[in-house]
Design a protein around this ligand. Structure first.
Ligand SMILES: NC(=O)c1ccc[n+]([C@@H]2O[C@H](COP(=O)([O-])OP(=O)(O)OC[C@H]3O[C@@H](n4cnc5c(N)ncnc54)[C@H](OP(=O)(O)O)[C@@H]3O)[C@@H](O)[C@H]2O)c1
Length: 306
């Protein structure tokens, strides 16, 4: 990289994605400043507090903000929608206002759950949103808040995210399989599992694009997820098969169930596969098949466990 390292503020740095993003940004030569609700000292930031967002970003003077902070408890959001709205709609609005005041761009993460799943092809960025649950609504409202405030934004929708940090589907399936619990998993919802490592690499590529292209960047909404698609049942079976192949688990069979049998508080789209060609073309990305991301994540997880 030529010249001084670009300063990038990462909000939500202690989350599943944030923790994989910071080291990758640093490895690529950027100066990454992590901020989170439970950060210590000047790393602490609550995005629901507009004055705090503006004053901290002013003090830190980053050249780019990446917002990974969110309220991500999909089922819990049904019983506390106002909390989800405060973090997922108002938070991004405050961050976008601060970025506009400081004349810096914003990269923001969103979700496949802005769609209702009735389409019979992968969703493109301009397909109409119609969220089925409170979390999806709050994330959609957050997207709209950014679009109306700050032209220099990238909104990156992703899906079925998992990584070595925090709680997620892969770690839950492994824990249950190891405990000998019966594995019954929904087989009629289709989507694309996405490893936080792959998404973080894509965000680094976008950051490089912003650094080199400056105002010529094609701002707007993009999709990024693991290549191909499966069901939650197919994903669970792949997790236990890969763990078995690596000698970390006996042979385990996952039973398919329907979403009607397994209805939680939040409705989920039956089909939320995202078409990622726009991001691939704009940022020169080659999305990897979702199974490759799973293999790399499990290799990292088993390495940490060893
Ligand atoms: N997880 C998925 O399957 C999935 C799928 C599609 C899209 N996404 C999107 O991808 C992004 C990253 O998700 P993730 O799974 O990495 O999320 P995560 O693990 O829940 O991390 C989010 C981080 O934001 C923090 N946070 C919450 N409220 C905050 C506030 N008011 N101010 C500052 N920080 C706050 C959280 O702190 P606490 O933990 O202390 O609350 C947490 O450290 C999010 O935009 C999410 O909507 C996720």
């Amino acid at each position: 990289m030529n010249g001084p390292a670009m300063r990038v503020a990462v909000i939500g740095s202690l989350g599943m994605l944030g923790q994989d993003l910071i080291p990758r940004l640093e490895k690529a030569g950027f100066e990454a400043i992590g901020l989170d609700l439970l950060g210590s000292g000047s790393s602490r930031l609550d995005i629901t507090q507009p004055e705090a967002v503006l004053s901290l970003l002013k003090t830190l003077s980053p050249e780019l903000v990446i917002n990974c902070a969110a309220y991500t408890a999909v089922d819990q959001a049904e019983s506390e929608p106002e909390k989800a709205m405060a973090v997922n709609r108002d938070g991004p609005a405050h961050v976008a206002d601060a970025c506009a005041a400081l004349a810096i761009p914003l990269v923001h993460l969103s979700t496949d759950y802005v769609f209702d799943g009735r389409l019979n092809r992968p969703y493109r960025e301009d397909d109409p949103a119609h969220p089925l649950n409170a979390y999806g609504w709050s994330k959609w409202q957050g997207e709209e808040a950014i679009r109306s405030r700050l032209p220099a934004h990238l909104i990156i929708r992703t899906s079925w995210l998992y990584g070595v940090h925090g709680h997620n589907f892969v770690k839950t399936i492994l824990r249950k399989a190891r405990a000998g619990e019966d594995l019954r998993v929904v087989a009629d919802q289709f989507g694309s599992p996405t490893w936080t490592g792959d998404l973080a690499d894509a965000l680094v590529a976008m950051t490089k694009g912003i650094q080199t292209e400056g105002p010529a960047v094609k701002w707007g909404t993009y999709h990024f997820c693991g290549g191909g698609y499966t069901t939650w049942h197919g994903f669970a079976q792949a997790i236990v098969d890969e763990a078995h192949r690596r000698g970390r688990l006996g042979a385990v069979r996952v039973s398919p169930v329907s979403s009607a049998e397994f209805q939680g508080p939040a409705r989920r789209p039956p089909w939320s596969v995202l078409d990622c060609r726009k991001a691939a073309a704009a940022f020169n990305l080659t999305p990897r098949p979702w199974r490759q991301g799973l293999r790399d994540m499990l290799a990292e997880l088993f390495h940490i466990e060893a």
